[in-house]
Design a binder for this molecule. Sequence first.
Ligand SMILES: Nc1ncnc2c1ncn2[C@@H]1O[C@H](COP(=O)(O)OP(=O)(O)OP(=O)(O)O)[C@@H](O)[C@H]1O
Ligand SMILES: [Mg+2]
Length: 256
Amino acid sequence: MSTDETPRERVHPDAPAIEIRDLHKSFGDHEVLKGISLTVRPGEVVCVIGPSGSGKSTLLRSVNLLEEPTSGQILIEGIDILDPEVDVDRVRTRIGMVFQQFNLFPHMTVLGNLCLAQQRVLGRSRAEAEQVARDNLVKVGLADREDAYPAHLSGGQQQRVAIARSLSMNPDMMLFDEPTSALDPELVGDVLEVMRTLAHEGMTMMVVTHEMGFAREVGSRLIFMDDGLVVEEGDPREVLANPQEPRTQAFLSKVL
Ligand SMILES: Nc1ncnc2c1ncn2[C@@H]1O[C@H](COP(=O)(O)OP(=O)(O)OP(=O)(O)O)[C@@H](O)[C@H]1O
Ligand SMILES: [Mg+2]
């Protein structure tokens, strides 16, 4: 049986982690993405900012086909995931996704939440899954909470469980959609710390965030989106300190 213990072949070893080419997405006659092209190389942390409704979530959701693009191309590790021949579910297991809402199963313990997809999707035994889960709980600082139910954890702890759950699938890359936006301010730091550690370990990440400090310190690149387009991108420190485009300037003057 082929399990996840088989080393994951990279079909195109030199390919970018994510390559998006001229991506368009409409809902009815509302065009939400108007031709996005961007590349994320292995180990990069690409932060995405922009006003509400600019298409950030739609872009992120398109990367693992939670949204089906209207046109354009999306290559994951060189594999064209819009090719009907490609097994999208298999590609998806390589991409972890963390949302604003944690989406933990309330009737399962932390350990149960971490084991479920490992067993169902990757075919790991319960014992294997628990071992992986425990390693990841250590990583997010929650080794002592494996028997807790989500309702007994703070929002920040729940989000760290959600991150550990994603990591337990051994993804090649992680997508974060405003992972700290639903949290009380005092809980944001612990979640960002986990993300910072992941970044330093070399995880490829795309992060939609309003945390400009995180983008500045951790981001390899910052992308400013407005109205379905990438308006400006560059080194986060430079974009934040010296935005070139009037729309970026206007946005940053409101949020910084
Ligand atoms: N399933 C959908 N059906 C119809 N319209 C949608 C759908 N999902 C998103 N939209 C619309 O697409 C546009 C972009 O939404 P999206 O959620 O990608 O923006 P965003 O940049 O993530 O905003 P926010 O900062 O508020 O999260 C919005 O106008 C939204 O109403
Ligand atoms: Mg959004």
